[in-house]
Design a protein around this ligand. Structure first.
Ligand SMILES: [Zn+2]
Length: 436
């Protein structure tokens, strides 16, 4: 699809009449916001943001591209993905669409197919898509059961170096915490230090869960590693490791960053338990990422029965308690989620519908920009600020209803002040990997 406008070919120019989500400006004072959106002229100079001025006040001597009130966002942050397992759907499906089916089929595919070449080719495909859609910062979890951890982290480190300047990458080692007292865990910590990764894991309701969490927090603390866990991805209300994680962080005096993903079963608790848990999460300073598309797909799925709940965590209540909250892609075209393209516009559009984040929408842009960038320790990436790189996503859509009603396929992705080639990779590139 053709872009909706042409950018000036000049080192210095203005994007005039640009509508920016106020939440993505370091200082929105002096701009009148409507639905959280402000009208500006953005001056771009030598690939950087020169100034953000009230609409109609950019120097007239500058070449200008008239946005005609179209939105301009900072590049996106996709803070929870699985680019090591993405795009295996055509060779390893999930015949019943359930969580157990996903686990089993990913394991079988990993054991049969995940060579360095295979992982690298699929990661590359994912990053091409993410970049074309406008993502500038992406965190992925990496399946880290031996011997896969060695294979995948080597590939990831190469990928991170190759994609530097286009998509900044972070990686989390995903493993089951029932292995945490085994020598493997020491090996994994050493690997994460080598590759500058994060400790992850899936928490389970084990009898000695607290001891296992203590081990996790101590090892992370001793080695200066941040933590990002998969938590309570179930409708089973008997499962609630979230409060135990918050307690473990406080008990161990751990000072790094802790992110918890999913937290589905929080929404299945009685009001009192939910409130107590949320207060604890806020006190411990955990950040929560919701994965609405994947949750809607996997949760409450039973053969021949229509789902009765949406599968998502208590996003609004957590945010109201002061917890940093964001949304992200999660899986793409693998047994955990059959669809997806690492497009944060799709993620926010679906999040608004599934989590009812509208009416008002004023601050909603933060959930794929400012807040996830802050959680990942790269807050400036989620903002449009004078002096920062002109890494922007330009839309024809002017207001929320226009933005959320179409896929925004004609958007322009600008990096360092220049429009990039937005062509998406052709699925046919993956065909040689699927014939296994
Ligand atoms: Zn995940």
């Amino acid at each position: 699809m053709a872009d909706f406008m042409t950018l000036p070919n000049a080192p210095s120019f203005a994007l005039s009449r640009a509508t920016i989500p106020a939440i993505c400006l370091p200082d929105a004072n002096g701009f009148a916001a409507r639905e959280g959106l402000v009208s500006t002229d953005i001056v771009v100079t030598d690939g950087k943001i020169g100034a953000i001025l009230p609409a109609g006040t950019a120097p007239t001597a500058l070449p200008a591209a008239d946005m005609r009130d179209g939105m301009v966002w900072p590049s996106f942050t996709d803070m929870h993905t699985h680019i090591d397992k993405g795009h295996i759907w055509e060779r390893r499906r999930n015949p019943d669409g359930t969580f157990m089916g996903a686990l089993e089929n990913v394991m079988a595919d990993r054991q049969a197919n995940w060579s360095a070449e295979d992982v690298a080719a699929r990661m590359e495909f994912s990053l091409k898509s993410a970049y074309a859609h406008g993502t500038g910062l992406l965190r992925t979890h990496i399946d880290s059961l031996p011997p896969q951890h060695d294979i995948s982290f080597e590939v990831f480190s190469d990928m991170r170096a190759r994609w530097a300047g286009r998509v900044e990458l972070q990686a989390v080692a995903l493993f089951a915490i029932d292995m945490i007292f085994e020598p493997f865990f020491d090996d994994l910590i050493a690997l994460l230090k080598r590759h500058n990764g994060l400790v992850g894991g899936v928490t389970q309701m084990l009898p000695d869960l607290d001891a296992r969490l203590d081990r996790l927090f101590q090892a992370a603390g001793d080695n200066g590693l941040d933590i990002d866990l998969h938590v309570d991805e179930t409708e089973d209300r008997e499962v609630l490791t979230l409060s135990r994680i918050a307690e473990a962080k406080l008990r161990n005096g751990y000072e790094g960053s802790v992110t918890v993903g999913h937290c589905c079963s929080l929404a299945r608790q009685d009001e009192e338990t939910a409130k107590r848990t949320i207060d604890l999460v806020a006190e411990a300073g955990l950040s929560v990422v919701s994965l609405p598309m994947c949750n809607m797909y996997l949760q409450d799925r039973h053969q021949g029965r229509t789902p009765r709940w949406r599968g998502v965590t208590l996003f609004k209540e957590l945010a109201a308690a002061g917890v940093k909250t964001a949304v992200a892609s999660d899986n793409t075209r693998d047994p955990f989620y059959a669809y997806g393209d690492l497009d944060p516009v799709e993620v926010i559009r679906e999040a608004v519908r599934i989590l009812q984040l509208d009416h008002p929408l004023d601050d909603t842009a933060r959930i794929v920009t400012r807040t996830p960038a802050e959680i990942l320790g790269r807050g400036e990436r989620g903002m449009i600020a004078a002096g920062g790189p002109a890494d922007l996503v330009l839309f024809s859509a002017r207001r929320w209803s226009e933005f959320l009603s179409r896929p925004q396929a004609d958007r322009i992705v600008m990096r360092n002040g220049m429009g990039i080639d937005r062509s998406l990779p052709d699925y046919r590139e993956l065909d040689p990997l699927m014939d296994k």
